[in-house]
Design a protein. Structure first.
Length: 45
């Protein structure tokens, strides 16, 4: 499960990097949401 999440996180970071070029505000919101989700999953596991 951890490996799958690592691959998913890499994909999300790549996607957010592309979004950052177009819209920095949207990138920031997604990044914050990603960090919260990561901490939440870390607590579950």
């Amino acid at each position: 499960m951890l490996t799958v999440f690592s691959i998913l996180s890499f994909f999300i970071l790549t996607l957010t990097s592309s979004l950052m070029i177009h819209n920095f505000k949207k990138f920031t919101i997604i990044l914050i949401y990603y960090l919260i989700s990561y901490n939440f999953l870390w607590l579950i596991c």
